[in-house]
Design a protein around this ligand. Structure first.
Ligand SMILES: [Cu+2]
Length: 149
């Protein structure tokens, strides 16, 4: 049963990836921008994060995220009012997850390619970024804006 569910998640994510195929991965305008969901599928890859929705309502939010890249990635839920992609980086090419104006809520720690993980968080209303903070990855585009209403 567990495996069946995992396959379902991967299929959903794969079909989503097909829809966005060919689009500029930094241009989320091709996606239904007003999709609101508290159950979100997505994937991380070099270099981006694709999601089935960019908005949720306050409360429990579940992310099922696959790594469709060729190297390990992480997936962090960060509450911040910085513009997407604009959290200041340190010399190590990462940003301080305990820095000012940044609140890391929870994360899927670095996970292997062709696997998926589920992260459940409780989110209050506000502006968020979903991102990977491995050295260089955020700068390379591994972020997505996310709003909780
Ligand atoms: Cu990454």
């Amino acid at each position: 049963m567990k495996n069946f569910r995992l396959i379902g998640v991967l299929l959903l994510t794969a079909s989503f990836a097909l829809v966005s195929c060919g689009a500029d991965p930094t241009n989320f305008g091709t996606l239904p921008a007003d999709t609101v969901s508290n159950k979100i599928t997505g994937n991380v890859h070099e270099w981006g994060i694709d999601l089935s929705a960019q908005k949720a309502t306050e409360g429990e939010v579940i992310f099922a995220i696959a790594n469709f890249g060729t190297i390990a990635h992480e997936f962090i839920v960060v509450k911040t009012d910085y513009e997407v992609g604009q959290i200041p980086l340190g010399e190590n090419n990462r940003f301080d997850e305990e820095g000012e104006g940044v609140e890391a809520i929870n994360e899927i720690k670095e996970f292997p390619i062709n696997t998926s993980e589920v992260l459940t968080v409780n989110l209050e209303a506000g502006n968020y970024q979903l991102l990977c903070n491995i050295a260089g990855h955020y700068k390379n585009g591994m972020y997505a804006a996310f709003t909780v209403e």
